[in-house]
Write a protein that binds this ligand. Structure first.
Ligand code: ATP
Ligand code: MG
Length: 630
């Protein structure tokens, strides 16, 4: 076994040889002629000429050896439904869905917009698209009509697949009126909408464009739809980024490179073996869902657990109950879910047998030390932070325990993954940073397999957005700050646009947040820059206290504000001191746990926050509004 360092060096110095070996992990109907076409930087084409199919690799390929193994365990605590599907059953369901799509005239290259809650049909629909060569574009079921309309106009789908309703924490959300509104807002005319009827919505919309799935499924019950063999570089899907920092970008992914990268990551990073069970508690609307609920575990022959519900219903032990019951080996979620669980009674975890669980993976936002400590000591299993983006498709920084058992370092997701030629660069000069020096996390050309090919229908936006922001260097910018230590471990320090300029001093809002969080009374905090006529910008802090009542007594609020300002003064200097401290009881976040700094800053400056991503709780944004009114 090569060490991490050896394997990594080879993946960078000899990418063709390295990835040609990895490519053996999947089935190629036609072998590729070239591993890498680097004739048109920054575009990279992997496994040129090779023909394969994601659905074949995720489903059909396993029929010979594991037809009776569970492919999917579906659990909904919203509807009480728990169901297992073997690979043979999954194969049948995907064929039915593929036949239905074909009967609705969906062809290779057409887009299918999937606007579904976490139901098995969502997985069937994605795999059916892959099977017939249609490009899926999954839109998170929590998005409102205007967001959906924008994605319809960008993707121009031949078909939308939706359901009568989603459910969240016991509340039913009717989908058809949302789809109907989105269709009338969108300029692009979608010919038809396939409706999965869960019998949840009290009032179902009647519209001529709605086609019911169930009768068609019956009609095509015994259908067999052959896989469309696609050239490795044909698009498999378009997925929009969260939109935390601006207008969402349609991330376009290929077929062959994605399959190879995911298969490799399952061994190198996740150590998932065929027959293992993986529970990724995320949503199919996010990249984590695409890669680690659906494609990677199935390509690698695992059983994947798909969950509809929250982590605390019927109680905070539900996820641990699932670990025991389904003998889950690998779990993957976001730190935000762990923070929710941390507030639960620890007895709820101790009640269950967690001996099957090997590792918990966390990604999507910074993993703060208290949360990392808590979950590690509660679970007594390795907790692996990993850092990536919708754009990269799989972790670009992690601990590659499948290659070498490197130790974890608190505060760092780990070291660069195979093929990610990662360098921290000085934002002003583009020069590589020395160890310990803060810089922008960048990737050199070519991006490894599995990363975005381009922005959907906008090659120029791909080049201009990602490859032109670092001076004197044509490198991919992640737009995240980081610092790398002597051993190669990278810590992520926040986003580049979280930097504010106060009277000529450049300050990271994340540093100010950390200074404030260090105060024992503080539970959570968000700092944004707001326009200031004198200083250019000033910092505004939104603070959630552990005990909200603490500031109710006369003068207590002012006292707390002074204490917090003092904390910042003493750690970063008076220049970083927030101009205002606002107290709220919750912060506006996306459903995937990301702080909505852009929206908070817009409100603080009296601007329209624009298109909002999915919000965990709209009440939080109201609180920010109210706090600003005070
Ligand atoms: P947009 O690019 O549209 O503004 P977004 O960046 O929020 O949206 P995602 O691709 O979902 O969309 O999120 C990726 C970002 O999440 C990373 O760039 C980084 O800022 C953050 N992130 C992900 N994982 C980690 C992690 N382990 N530690 C710290 N930050 C992380
Ligand atoms: Mg981003």
């Amino acid at each position: 076994m090569p060490t991490y360092r050896e394997a990594y060096r080879r993946s960078i110095d000899e990418p063709e040889a390295f990835w040609a070996e990895q490519a053996r992990r999947i089935h190629w109907q036609t072998p590729f002629e070239r591993v890498l076409d680097r004739s048109k930087p920054p575009f990279a084409r992997w496994f040129v000429g090779g023909k394969t199919n994601l659905c074949h690799n995720a489903v059909d390929r396993h029929l010979a050896s594991r037809a009776q193994q569970d492919a999917l365990v579906y659990v909904s605590t919203e509807t009480g439904i728990e169901r297992r599907y073997t690979y043979a059953e999954l194969h049948a369901e995907v064929n039915r869905m593929a036949a239905v799509m074909r009967s609705l005239h969906v062809k290779k290259g057409d887009r299918v917009l999937i606007y579904l809650p976490m139901i098995p049909e969502a997985l069937f629909a994605m795999l059916a698209c892959a099977r017939i060569g249609a490009i899926h574009s999954v839109v998170f079921g929590g998005f409102a009509a205007p967001n959906l309309a924008a994605r319809i106009d960008d993707a121009e789908p031949a078909l939308i697949v939706t359901a009568d309703a989603g459910a969240r924490a016991g509340k039913v959300i009717d989908y058809t009126p949302l789809v109907d509104e989105a269709l009338s807002r969108a300029e692009y005319k979608v010919p038809q909408v396939l409706l999965i009827d869960r019998q949840l919505a009290p009032e179902r919309l009647q519209a001529s464009y709605l086609v019911a799935y169930e009768p068609l499924r019956e009609q095509f019950f015994d259908a067999h739809v052959p896989c469309e063999w696609l050239e490795s570089n044909e698009p498999s899907y378009v997925l929009y980024t969260s939109g935390t920092t601006g207008r969402p970008k349609g991330v376009q992914r290929d077929v062959g490179g994605y399959a190879v990268a995911l298969a490799a990551s399952m061994e190198h990073i996740f150590q998932g073996a065929p027959g293992d069970t993986m529970f990724t508690a995320s949503d199919i609307g996010w990249v984590v869902g695409h890669s680690y609920i659906i494609y990677a575990p199935l390509i690698a022959g695992l059983t994947t657990v798909m969950y509809e519900g929250t982590p605390i219903r019927p109680d905070g032990g539900i996820w641990w109950r699932l670990v025991q019951q389904y003998k889950i080996n690998l779990m993957f979620t976001a730190p935000t879910a762990i923070r929710v669980l941390k507030k639960q009674d620890p007895a709820l975890m101790e009640k269950y047998d967690l001996s099957s669980l090997r590792t918990l993976f966390l990604a999507g936002e910074p993993l703060d030390e208290p949360t990392a400590h808590w979950i590690q000591s509660a679970l007594k299993k390795p907790v692996i932070d990993n850092y990536w983006q919708t754009e990269t498709g799989w972790p670009m920084i992690a601990i590659p325990r499948g290659i070498e058992e490197l130790p974890s370092k608190l505060g760092s997701p780990g070291v660069p993954s195979m093929g990610f030629n990662l360098t921290l660069r000085n934002e002003a000069t583009g020069d590589a940073c020395a160890p310990g020096e803060k810089g922008v996390v960048t990737l050199a050309y070519p991006l490894p397999p599995g990363c975005m090919q381009t922005v959907w229908r906008d090659d120029q936006r791909f080049v201009d957005t990602y490859w032109k922001s670092v001076p004197n260097q044509m490198v991919y910018s992640t737009f995240d700050w980081g610092v790398q230590d002597e051993d190669g471990y990278v810590s992520i320090l926040g986003r580049t646009d979280d930097v504010i300029n106060v009277a000529g001093h450049r300050l990271g809002t994340r540093e100010i947040e950390e200074a404030l969080s260090a105060h024992p009374a503080v539970a959570e905090v968000a700092v944004v820059g707001i326009a200031d006529s004198v200083k250019g910008q000033a910092a505004a802090a939104f603070v959630v206290l552990r005990d909200a009542d603490r500031i109710n007594a006369p003068g207590a609020r002012e006292g707390m504000e002074a204490e917090l300002c003092h904390a910042v003064d003493s750690q970063l200097g008076a220049i970083a001191r927030p101009a205002r401290v606002h107290f709220v009881t919750m912060l506006p976040k996306t459903r995937s746990g990301k702080l909505l700094r852009r929206a908070i800053a817009a409100l603080a400056e009296g601007r329209d926050p624009g298109e909002l991503p999915t919000i965990e709780d709209p009440g939080a944004l109201m609180q920010v509004r109210e706090a600003l009114g005070n």
